[in-house]
Each structure stands twice: as C-alpha cells, then as structure tokens.
Design a protein around this ligand. Structure first.
Ligand code: ATP
Ligand code: MG
Length: 572
C-alpha cells in the first residue's frame, strides 16, 4: 500500500487524559479515535492490526474443529430472564425498549443466545461434543471505562462455547482450549502466563485466565517461587492462622491525631508500623444495611472475597461519607471497630493482632494499645484480604511473588449452569435425557492490541511483534518527487516486494525524511528500507530493523530476499 492512499493521522502529543502507554501510543499513531467514553472507531492502520489478531485467533480456533458462527449483539430480555441474569447482571447490561415495548439488551456475552441456539438445533448425541465460536462486538456499560480500548464499553471478543454429554468430554475440550490459547499467545509474540482463577480449590482446573505480563496491568498475579502455582490474587484463599494472639501488654489510650486521615499519616504521626494499625472500611450490606470490614493497615481488601460474604451486597459498594457520618458520627479517617452499631467482620490476620491502633470513631482521635476480648468483643472473622509478596502459600507450595497482568483470555468450565436454567438436554446412546454440560472460552481480541503495545514499545513509539504489525516493511524514498529516476526504481522495488507477498507500505508523501522516519517508528513497522538517489548510484538501499539503532546497506537486488529471510526467521 502507498501512504498516499492511507489515512495517516499521527500526532506528536497524546491528550493528557491518556494514562497508559498503549492508550497514548494508539492515539498518537492514529490507530483509534474516541467517539464517546469507552467507544472507539478503528482507523485504517489500527484495523489492520486488529484483523491480524483476529486471523490468528480464527486460524487456531478452526484448527480445534470449533465452528464459527455470528450471533446478534441485540438480545431479547426473555432469554436473560430465563437464565436469571436479567435481574443479576446489574448496570453493566445496557438495556433498552423497542417500538413494540419489548425489552432488549446489548450483549455483554452470549451464553444465553448460544444455549438457546443449541437447544433448538442439536438433536442427537451424535452431534456432540460441539464447540461454536464467534468474533464479535460486545457491549458492557463499564463503570470506569479507561486505558482506551483496554477497558472499553464496546469491544471485540472471541467467545466460544462447548457442549458435552459428560464431564470427561468437557475436560478434553477444556484441555484443547488451554493448549490453543497458549499457541495463540505464542503466535502473537506476547509474554503471557496462564493462571488459576479458582481459589476455593487450589490445584483445581475449572477455570484459567491468560494474562499478558505488564506493569500497567490491572490484575495482580500471584506466583510461587517454586513455579508450581500461579493464580489471580483475587482468588488465593487464606486460612485462619493457627495459634493464639499475643497477650495484651499496653493499656488502652485515646490519643489526639489532628488532621491525620490516612493510615500512613496516622502511622507517621504516632510512630507505629502500618502492620500495627487496623483499617476500617464501611460497605453496603444486604437489605439496606451497612457493614464494617476490618483489615490490617498494611493489607489490601480483596473485593472478590468480600462479595462472596453473605452479609455484604454484591457488587461491592462503599458507604458514602454522609452515610458513614450518620452511623458513626465521624469521618472515614477516624473509623474503628469499637462501639460500632453495625455488624463488624474482621480479617483473620487483623483478628490475630494485640496492642493495636485504630480509629476512635471521633474526628481527630485514635486509640492505641487496643486488644480484642479485653477492649472489644471477640471478632467475627473471615478471609478479607489479598495475599502479600513474601508470604508463604497456605498450601505449602513456596513463597509468594506478585506481578501485574492484563487479562486477555479466560477459559471456564460452566457445568450445567445455563443448560439447567434453560432446559437444554439431549438423548444419550441409551436413550436417556442428559442435561448438557458446557464450557466457555473468551479472548479479548481488541484488548490484545493494547496489551501488545504495553509490552512492546520504546521512546520512538510502538514496536510491533511481526505477526501483528500493520505492515511488515516500510519503504521510505528520499526526495522522490525530485528524481524521476528514483521514482521508477522505487516503483520497481515496491512491485517486487508486493509480488513476493510481503506487506509493504511505501511512504510516497511529499514529507521531509525526518517526518517519515518518525512516523514509521511511531507506527512500529518492524522493518525499514530507505531508498535514496545516492544509494541508487551504488546499487544499495539502507535497511534497519525497528529494534536496531544503526542501519546497514543491502544491495537493491537482494533486499527482498533479505527481508523475506528476516520475516521467516521471526516465524520460527
Ligand atoms: P475483566 O476482569 O477485565 O473485566 P472479565 O472477567 O469481565 O474481564 P470475561 O467476561 O471473561 O472478562 O471476558 C473475556 C475477555 O474479554 C477478557 O479476558 C478480556 O480480555 C476481555 N474483556 C472483558 N471486558 C473488557 C472490556 N471492558 N474491554 C475490553 N476487553 C474486555
Ligand atoms: Mg469485567
């Protein structure tokens, strides 16, 4: 392709609100443009990358024997009512009413639709197992769309659903999907890790997430230093510590802590470690109540664990400042568990503490030397927190290490959740009706584009893995408009590249060389060939790989083969 026929809308600066490197670079490279919060147009260059990701995903899914379908994004409420999710899904489900007063939603996922399709179409056990997939637009009304297409409201997902007569058959397909996902992320040229996403059952294999490792990732991945175990931090269950808490030593004191609001401020002011303080958080409970959650000052609350507690409203919602003041008479900075009139749930490790510091439920005051049982009731305990780096795993598989990851894929054994609710059965060989067992397998196709940039960039811009670069080679002629001779040589070389099946972008804009170089680097072209009249005189062009700092002269006659070999080497 020629740049004269391609909308290049590169920018020197990205808007200040773009927080992550991939968001900034995608805007600067003109790959996407925002239409509304979390809703983007894919521009020509961005779309080329997206299509390459899609094609790799499609090829690998086809290889497994999964059948491609395309389901609608507009979905009738009836199916969601049947599965029970019309009530449960919450505000992420964008609902609307048509001219006949019927309820619809924009599909955030397609379990209901595919399950309905299968119950109508699959007649015999001979048609099973079967896997259907699609690459399609999803809509989720995310509370905080951010990082550009990474957490968008409208995005592209590959979603697959498998149907089985037996658990064994489901496990077989699940294993194939696990391997297929690994192949996909290998081909995409990404550093990734498959992690368990099921805590309850460490060592179980009912669900795995695939994460691209990157510092900007929203998820925390917990690894064991022995390499045996990897899981999403959300799901690493912690047990109640054995042994009793140390005996109280200090007396209870109420101390003034004026203007000290955060744990860090209070610790600095009182000269104590955060691990000696309690943090009290007030959240919404069931039936319009409030609940206080108490963790150690140096620990993080684990949202997923908390949402599973019977007393707490899910999705988790923090109480407003007004609600807190109404129930406790103070601001968040002075909260503590003593004397609260709402239920209090204390994390196991916070319940092990003695002589601790906590808020006094009076503005500007804290309590020191506080002890469970002596100063307040034996706590109601639960597992509320994230595991920390350096701790030992509860199941004895080594010491905890933590890295950040971007979730790009998720495979899940659904069992009969949807097939029972929607009554999907099939006769087995002996004529018995069997409720079908399901698996589902998602890949964030559009999110992968951003994740790839998070992992592959430098000061100049994007550094695409070859497999998903918008073009394989950029051909940059110097001052071509001034030399008919150069123009002809460039056209011939361009045709030779095209004839050999290499995806080439010829920069035929009347731009200064510096502008063309900067654009092609920003756009992340893996290979660059510069053609000048001087080179033509001696029969060479200048070649530079995107990650290289210097260029080399290569003869005009061999440059196509030279690049072909480089591309081939990249594939192996
Ligand atoms: P997350 O925890 O990031 O919200 P999820 O658990 O809701 O993800 P799934 O329902 O498993 O995601 O969807 C499958 C895949 O779709 C995810 O692994 C992710 O790559 C992608 N995905 C989910 N939500 C978004 C979004 N808002 N924008 C872009 N991609 C998304
Ligand atoms: Mg989500």
């Amino acid at each position: 392709m020629r740049t004269s026929n391609l909308l290049i809308s590169t920018q020197r600066e990205a808007p200040a609100e773009a927080e992550t490197i991939s968001h900034r670079l995608m805007l600067r490279a003109g790959m996407v443009r925002q239409l509304a919060a979390g809703i983007y147009t894919w521009m020509p260059i961005g779309l080329r990358v997206l299509r390459k990701v899609e094609n790799i995903v499609r090829e690998e899914m086809d290889r497994t024997g999964a059948q491609e379908i395309l389901m609608p994004s507009v979905q009738p409420a009836e199916l969601w009512q049947e599965s029970g999710r019309w009530e449960k899904y919450g505000p992420e489900l964008l609902r609307f009413i048509d001219r006949h007063e019927r309820n619809f939603c924009l599909g955030p996922t397609h379990e209901e639709i595919v399950t309905d399709m299968v119950r109508r179409e699959i007649r015999s056990y001979k048609q099973l197992p079967a896997t259907f997939y699609q690459i399609q637009t999803k809509f989720r009304d995310e509370i905080r769309p951010r990082f550009g297409i990474m957490r968008a409201r409208e995005f592209i997902m590959k979603d697959a659903y498998s149907f089985h007569l037996t658990e064994d058959s489901l496990q077989q397909t699940y294993d194939v999907m696990y391997q297929t996902y690994s192949r996909i992320f290998d081909r995409l040229g990404l550093h990734y890790r498959a992690v368990l996403a099921d805590s309850g059952n460490i060592g179980g294999d009912k669900t795995h997430e695939f994460h691209v490792l990157a510092d900007s990732g929203e998820d925390q991945i917990v690894f064991s230093d022995t390499g045996k175990f990897a899981a999403n931090i959300e799901l690493v269950a912690l047990e109640k510590p054995v042994g009793s808490r140390p005996a109280p030593v200090n007396t209870l004191l109420k101390v003034a802590t004026p203007e000290q609001h955060s744990i860090q401020q209070v610790c600095d002011f009182l000269g104590v470690a955060a691990s000696q303080c309690l943090k009290t958080l007030i959240v919404h409970g069931k039936d319009n109540t409030l609940v206080a959650l108490v963790i150690r000052g140096d620990h993080e609350l684990n949202k997923v664990k908390v949402e599973k507690l019977a007393q707490v409203e899910s999705p988790l919602k923090f109480a407003s400042n007004e609600q807190i003041r109404k129930h406790t008479g103070c601001d968040t900075g002075s909260l503590g568990p003593i004397g609260l009139s709402i239920p209090v749930i204390v994390d196991y490790s916070a319940a092990q503490m003695s002589d601790f510091v906590c808020g006094a439920n009076a503005d500007g005051y804290h309590l020191t030397g506080v002890n469970w049982v002596r100063d307040l009731a034996e706590p109601n305990q639960a597992d509320l927190r994230n595991i920390c780096e350096g701790e030992t795993f509860p199941n004895g598989s080594g010491t905890v290490k933590i890295a950040r990851g971007i979730e790009v894929g998720h495979i899940f054994q659904l069992g009969t959740k949807y097939s029972s609710a929607m009554k999907v059965s099939c006769q087995d060989e002996s004529g018995n009706a069997v409720t079908l067992i399901m698996g589902c397998y998602g890949i964030g196709v559009s999110r992968i584009v951003a994740a790839a940039i998070e992992q592959n960039h430098d000061e100049q811009g994007i550094v695409w893995p070859e497999s998903i670069a918008p073009f394989e080679v950029a051909l940059i002629p110097i001052n071509m408009h001034k030399s008919q001779r150069l123009r002809e040589a460039v056209d011939t070389l361009y045709d030779r590249f095209k004839a050999s099946g290499i995806e080439i972008l010829l920069d035929d804009r009347r731009e200064r060389p510096g502008v063309m170089f900067a654009d092609m680097e920003l756009l992340g072209m893996p290979h660059r060939v510069v053609f000048s009249e001087k080179g033509l005189d001696v029969g060479t062009v200048e070649y530079k790989g995107r990650r290289e700092t210097t260029s080399t002269d290569v003869s005009i006659d061999t440059i196509v083969d030279f690049i072909r070999h480089k591309l081939q080497a990249g594939k192996n």
